[in-house]
Ligand binder design. Structure first.
Ligand SMILES: NC(=O)c1ccc[n+]([C@@H]2O[C@H](COP(=O)([O-])OP(=O)(O)OC[C@H]3O[C@@H](n4cnc5c(N)ncnc54)[C@H](O)[C@@H]3O)[C@@H](O)[C@H]2O)c1
Length: 241
């Protein structure tokens, strides 16, 4: 199994249609142990129900809103204890923008709406990595999900397109993480997945079937951005090592 004995943290499971859940199921099938966050009490039961369906019955499911530093600190402390060993991978599947910012003219974006989309969808990545890196004693991998709307104008993607551009730029800077013991990022990956994913049936939700990777780019310390492969996201699991 690809991830036998590996430990990971997966951010962004909300329900069975969440891409984070498709990734988590695929990683669990490959032998990974994981910790999951949920955002807000409303999602607690749903995420716990899902986590109970994977083989590792000890998986941590704990609250963490990425806009709250105290929740982030508490979550990473709990995750470190629950996983019981060095962290190997972090999966970032988080994005948010107010509905009213996802239509109309981009110039009408509100200051608060712009900043919120940036904070949740982009700033969350370095914020999570800062806390994950010290736990990656043997080095680790980070995966974040982006969308074509970061590069091209996609009607109504608006403020989220700008947030995704920011996320992508952020991930390119991650390998410059300060040289502290354990803070070695082997790869930082960027996945683009088609919008059609929203409509996949739960039956098809196995990662290999639904998350078609359009473009996987890897950044390694000291190297420029490079295209490493095209193909199914199943292959991308190889990078969660
Ligand atoms: N669905 C698609 O077609 C598609 C396409 C390309 C990229 N993506 C990206 O994939 C990722 C996952 O999206 P999804 O489609 O699975 O949707 P989703 O709604 O299932 O996942 C988004 C997650 O972000 C979490 N979140 C939002 N605000 C948060 C906060 N303040 N703190 C902590 N968590 C918060 C939500 O709880 C949810 O779990 C996102 O980054 C999204 O932009 C999705």
């Amino acid at each position: 199994m690809l991830l036998e004995g590996k430990r990971g943290i997966v951010f962004g499971v909300a329900n069975k249609r969440s891409i984070a859940w498709a990734i988590a199921r695929a990683a669990a099938a490959e032998g990974a142990r994981m910790a999951f966050n949920f955002q807000g009490e409303k999602l607690e039961e749903k995420v716990k129900e899902l986590a109970e369906t994977i083989p590792d019955k000890t998986a941590l499911v704990a609250p963490c809103d990425v806009t709250r530093d105290e929740e982030l600190d508490r979550f990473f402390g709990e995750a470190a204890r629950a996983l019981g060993g060095p962290l190997d991978f972090l999966v970032h599947c988080i994005a948010f923008a107010n509905r009213e910012e996802l239509s109309g003219a981009f110039v009408d974006v509100s200051r608060a709406g712009f900043l919120l989309a940036q904070e949740v969808s982009a700033f969350s990545l370095p914020s999570l990595c800062k806390r994950a890196a010290p736990l990656m004693e043997k080095g680790g991998s980070v995966v974040a999900l982006t969308y074509l709307g970061s590069e091209r104008v996609v009607p109504n993607y608006n403020v989220m397109g700008v947030a995704k551009a920011s996320l992508e730029a952020s991930i390119r800077y991650l390998p410059l993480f300060p040289d502290e013991p354990g803070a070695v990022f082997h790869e930082a990956l960027l996945l683009e997945s088609p919008n059609a994913l929203r409509d996949v049936s739960p039956r098809d939700a196995a990662l290999a079937d639904v998350v078609r990777v359009i473009d996987v780019k890897a950044v390694r310390p000291g190297r420029s951005l490079e295209l490493v492969m095209d193909g199914e996201a199943q292959q991308a699991l190889c990078y969660l090592k």
